[in-house]
Design a protein around this ligand. Structure first.
Ligand SMILES: CC(C)(COP(=O)(O)OP(=O)(O)OC[C@H]1O[C@@H](n2cnc3c(N)ncnc32)[C@H](O)[C@@H]1OP(=O)(O)O)[C@@H](O)C(=O)NCCC(=O)NCCS
Length: 263
């Protein structure tokens, strides 16, 4: 049942139209993943064919030819991710810190999660802020609608966990299985009024690992912005390590609509 694992479906398709992002950015947007020097032309041909205005392309940082090839096409470097990995069998999962409890979100709590995301991501410096053409994009809105949609689309391979402290919901993490053996928590945040926010984030990540294990996964991964030093610190403390293979990917944006059609 690979169809249930959203990421793998997208990873197979190297370049694809993204209607969700078109709605958010107001321009016809496509994404290209795992771009190599050889596949750049294919990605740009797709964009011209489908009348794409903005391409968000990712390539492996080790592949300097791919990165330079994207630059030649007018791409603008917007972020770099560092990939972390953790084996949950070889390195036992630590206990959840005292006084914090982790459980799946319940029906009726979706709005609370949405508000926590809006608060936690208010000044988040992701790749939208790095591109002046996307300066109108409100990252708080993007991440809060992502959090809300995650609450509304839960199943055996996707869920949202929340952290409770003294009876109040103070944080959330979205969790998913990328494959039967691999889990990932792509989005997490803690309310800004909370003290010890990094401790809550650790508790959420440990809760996520328990969720992955209960579904049979043995490893988990995390893609972190290279600039998000706090998250790298938190993940290292709970046993994550930089991935040996394809550790970093660049995200490059290009304005396809301004390129000459023969380019
Ligand atoms: C991730 C998050 C919970 C961390 O909370 P925080 O209050 O910023 O964390 P803290 O200030 O407690 O910092 C944790 C540690 O990182 C250190 N730190 C903070 N900023 C740092 C920086 N720029 N470079 C290196 N270390 C840093 C702190 O000194 C602290 O270390 P210590 O425990 O040794 O004192 C919070 O920032 C958040 O919700 N962010 C928005 C969402 C997000 O980034 N989600 C993750 C990606 S989806």
């Amino acid at each position: 049942m690979w169809g249930a694992y959203m990421m793998n479906k997208k990873e197979e398709a190297r370049v694809y139209y993204s209607p969700e992002e078109e709605k958010q950015f107001g321009v016809r947007t496509a994404r290209a993943t795992n771009v190599t020097a050889e596949s750049i032309r294919e990605a740009f041909d797709f964009c011209r064919d489908k009348k794409i205005e903005l391409l968000i392309a990712r390539c492996n940082t080790m592949d300097i030819q791919a990165a330079q090839g994207l630059e030649k096409e007018g791409c603008l470097l917007s972020d770099t991710l560092i990939h972390y990995v953790r084996n949950m069998i070889k390195t036992p999962i630590p206990p959840i810190p005292d006084k914090i409890s982790i459980r799946p979100v319940r029906e009726g709590e979706e709005k609370i999660v949405q508000e926590i995301a809006a608060d936690a991501f208010r000044d988040y410096g992701g790749h939208y802020q790095a591109d002046r053409r996307l300066s109108h994009v409100n990252s708080s809105e993007i991440y809060s609608s992502w959090a809300l949609n995650s609450c509304l689309n839960r199943d055996h391979t996707h869920d949202v966990l929340i952290a409770e402290y003294r009876g109040e919901i103070v944080g959330f993490i979205t969790v998913r299985l990328n494959s039967p053996r691999e889990g990932e928590g792509p989005l997490a945040g803690v309310i800004t009024s909370m003290g010890k926010r990094s401790l809550v984030l650790s508790a959420l990540s440990i809760g996520a690992m328990n969720w992955f294990r209960s579904r049979g996964a043995s490893r988990c991964v995390a893609s972190l912005l290279l600039t998000n030093r706090v998250m790298q610190k938190i993940m290292s403390r709970i046993g994550f390590e930089p991935d040996r293979k394809s550790t970093r990917l660049n995200s490059s944006h290009t304005d396809i609509s301004r390129m000459p059609s023969s380019a």
